[in-house]
Each structure stands twice: as C-alpha cells, then as structure tokens.
Design a protein around this ligand. Structure first.
Ligand code: SAH
Length: 464
C-alpha cells in the first residue's frame, strides 16, 4: 500500500505572521489563501504587479530580511529568481517552514485545497501530484455541506457547557449534537440570530426525552438533469432516511440520495396512478411521525403543479415539521433550453404558467386575453391536447400567427423542440417525442433560439 509522504496538520497561526515573498499573481493567490486565517499577512516584493487591494495584507516594497521572519509561522516564496532563493535561505535559517510556489523540491509543506467553514476546515491534498484532482474533490465536498456549517459548528461549541450540565450520558450528548447540526431550519434560525434559542429549545427537548423528530422536506428535483438540482436539495437527499419520489423524477436524481435510504416511488405518471394523493399524504405523515427524515422529491419545483399544497396541509394538520426546497420548474428549464426570454421589455410584461389539463372555456378565454395582451403563456400537461388547445385559443380570438414553441424533455439531454404558430399547431397532429412537455405561446417565443426545432405544420414563425 502506498504511504503518505506528507502528514496533514493544522498549523496554529493566531497571533503570528505569514510571510509571502513576491508581487505577482502567484503571490496574490497565496496571500488570498493566507488571508482566510487570522494571521498577520506580510507580502514582500520590489514591485507589486498583481492587485492586492481588498485583501487584509500588509505590502512591503523591499527585499525580505532575516528579521522579518521573527514570529512567522509559515512562509511562501513566489519569486523564482535570486531574491526568492535568498528568501528561502533566510526562512530556513529562521526555522520557518517554507513553500516555494510550484517547486515541490523546495517545499517543507504543501497547501491543500481547503473547504473553509471556519472553525471547521477540510483540507484535500495530493502531495502536489494532482492539484486539479484535489480541487475537483473540493468542489464535491463544497456541494455537500451548507455554507453555514461553520456557524453551526460554532453554535455547537457555544452549547458545550449547557449540554454537559443537562445531558450526563455520552450517547445522549452525541444524539443532541447530531440533532443540532442537522436540525431542519437551523440555518434560517442562525440567519435570523435565533440559533442559540433554537439550540436551547432542542436541548430542552433532549433533556426531556430522547427522540429524533421526524421531518418532511418537499424538494424540487428540477427538470431531470442532476446538475440542475440545488446544493440544498443534494445535501438533504444525503440526510434523508426515506426518499419518496414521483415517477417524473429521473432515476439518476433519486440515486443521488443516501445509499442506505429507503426509496419509495409513488408513481403518478399520467394514466398510472399507483398511489392516490390521499395515500401519499398518509404515507409521508406516517413516516415523519415515526421520526424519519423524509425527502419528498418532486420534479421541477414542488410548489408548481406538485400537489404540495395538499401535502403541506396534511403535515400541518398532523403537527409535523416540514420545509420546502425550490427547484427549477420545467417551464423555466424550457426557456433556458431555447433561450426564450419569458419576459421582454416592450414585448412581454410577464408570464403565465398554467395547466392545460382540465382547462375549461373560462380558462381558455382568460388565457386568450392574456396572450393577446402580450404575456407569455407556458402550459404544463398539455402535450396530448396541444392541437385542441390551439384550436380553442384561436376560437377565443387569438391570432393564428402567434408563435408557439414546444419543449419535450426540457433540461435533459434527450430534449426535442417544435416551433411554429398557433395556427399551425391547430392545423394538424404532431408526432411528439416521448416525455413531458411545455408549450409556450406568445410573441417572445420568436425571440428564442428554435433553430434545432422541428417545424409545426407549415407556418414556422420568422425567427427574429
Ligand atoms: N412540479 C413540476 C411540474 C409537475 S406537473 C415542475 O415544476 O416542473 C407535470 C408536468 O410538468 C408535465 O406534464 C410537463 O408539462 C411538465 N414537465 C415536467 N418535467 C418536464 C420536463 N423535463 N420537460 C418539459 N416539461 C416537463
């Protein structure tokens, strides 16, 4: 087995200085890194070519001297000329560990890639072999943890005495800290300056009875691509005990959940109602009542045609905790796919996202007037009745020339586009690709990029 040639340690720098030699971008990068710490950062160079403004560092326009290394914890040399060689010697003479930037053989230490959630830090090092890999690993770790993790860590630290006083049992203390750092709403509480109050309340609960509270997170999975998931969604998927997901959420996204989480598909594909909404409500209430952390994963945004209202009502009625994590709704993913601005100065002062499914004449009359007033319509659940809707809108007075754009599988690699006019859509059936679709109607559609689109009937609109 390969052994490490470096040993990761955290160097104490509080009240000490970090010396940096050099004035170019290399020196600046190290200064930026060092400035994450509370150390005094002093940069020595004959000339400063890089822009150090905005950094809390002291710039000294001369060569570094032996005395400058007094009380230094670390030194970086970003000068590869004679001045650098001299600095290297002086640092070593003063017993200060030194790093000559990008010259591994002249390094007493390496700087790992850092995930900074002060007081918590995570360092990733490749011993200088593969800094790019280290940075990739760092990006993954960054995505795993909340930006407020540091505050949460500090809060946990601040609770230490109280916790020891109230919870004598080690296991109980561990459970408390686990509950605290993963408490739903802890970030919001911290942001509102209520962190300690929340931690106290949780402590009171734990001192009384030791049980983890259940919670339901209604999470928007976005339109289907894994990288359109929010960081928060990804993090909560990693925390969940159970993932309850709709059929429209692709397997790849469901897979991003914790490996040992239970996964329950509640179906809801068109025409395959494997669970009724009432059964889903009952299921999530039951799971959360059992103390489970439930990720209720929905496609797009949970609050948009996601029956979230009914699930929230059921959770409220049962007195259970819940929170909502927004996602990229499919109409906005479709707008992104086709570079269609759903609002545009002087063309469209707003947009209406509506369901085509079950629309009656009043709805149609309403949309027709909105479309005529220039708003962009984005219709969900309308693929199978697209032609009929187009005909009905024309019947309600919408001009046949109004542009229409349809995106099947928005936000996914297998997307398919169709563009034309509402007259064209009303004129004939389209053999759509499989998958869910968004139908855009309005003048802004012509401003989008529909070059890859199949033409709807013969009347493709003129692309702007
Ligand atoms: N909450 C979801 C909508 C669920 S209703 C959201 O915010 O997107 C289901 C409808 O959403 C489908 O009939 C279709 O109109 C639309 N839809 C969902 N995913 C889609 C996708 N990847 N591409 C296009 N439309 C999609």
């Amino acid at each position: 087995m390969a052994r490490l040639n470096t040993f990761p340690v955290s160097v104490a720098v509080k009240g000490r200085r970090i010396v940096i030699v050099g004035g170019d971008d290399e020196a600046l990068a190290k200064a930026r890194l060092a400035a994450k710490t509370s150390a005094e950062i002093v940069v020595f160079a004959e000339a400063f070519e890089a822009d150090f403004s905005g950094l809390d560092v002291t710039l000294v326009s001369r060569a570094v001297e032996a005395g400058d290394f007094v009380n230094a914890a670390l030194a970086f040399v970003a000068d590869h000329g004679p001045a650098g060689a001299r600095a290297l010697k002086l640092a070593r003479g003063a017993g200060v560990p030194v790093n000559e930037v990008d010259v591994p053989e002249n390094c007493d230490f390496f700087t790992p890639a850092i995930v900074d959630r002060a007081p918590l830090s995570i360092a990733i090092s490749s011993e200088g072999d593969a800094p790019v890999l280290a940075r990739l690993v760092r990006a993954k770790i960054e995505a795993m943890f909340s930006p407020r993790l540091g505050e949460i860590a500090r809060l946990a630290g601040a609770m230490r005495e109280k916790v020891s006083a109230l919870l004598s049992d080690g296991v109980a203390r561990r459970r408390y800290y686990e509950a605290l750092v993963t408490a739903p709403g802890i970030e919001t509480a911290l942001a509102a300056g209520q962190g300690e109050a929340k931690a106290d309340a949780l402590l009171a609960q734990h001192a009384g009875r030791i049980s983890d509270e259940g919670v339901v997170w209604l999470i928007g999975a976005g339109p289907g691509a894994e990288d359109l998931l929010t960081l928060r969604a990804q993090r909560l998927l990693q925390e969940a005990d159970v993932i309850v997901h709709d059929q429209l959420v692709p397997a790849a996204v469901v897979e991003m959940g914790r490996r040992d989480a239970d996964r329950i598909s509640v179906g809801k594909a068109k025409g395959h109602h494997s669970f009724s909404q009432a059964q889903i409500n009952t299921l999530i209430v039951r799971l959360a009542s059992e103390g489970k952390k439930v990720a209720r994963l929905k496609s797009g945004d949970p609050m948009v045609f996601g029956r979230a209202g009914e699930e929230i009502a059921a959770l409220r009625k049962a007195g259970l905790a819940y929170s909502i994590v927004p996602g990229v709704t499919s109409a906005l993913a479709a707008a992104a796919d086709t570079a269609t601005p759903v609002t545009l100065r002087k063309v469209s002062s707003g947009f209406v996202f509506a369901t085509a499914h079950g629309a009656d004449n009043t709805d149609l009359a309403h949309w027709a007037s909105l479309a005529q007033s220039g708003l962009t319509l984005g219709l969900y659940m309308g693929k199978s009745i697209a032609r009929q809707i187009a005909g009905d809108l024309i019947g309600q007075g919408v001009s046949r020339a109004v542009p229409v754009g349809i995106v099947v599988n928005a936000g996914r690699s297998e997307k398919a586009l169709y563009a034309g006019t509402i007259g064209g859509l009303a004129a004939g059936e389209i053999d759509f690709a499989d998958g869910p679709a968004i139908i855009f109607i309005g003048e802004t559609v012509a401003e989008g990029d529909w070059a890859q689109a199949e033409t709807i009937a013969v009347e493709k609109f003129k692309v702007a």
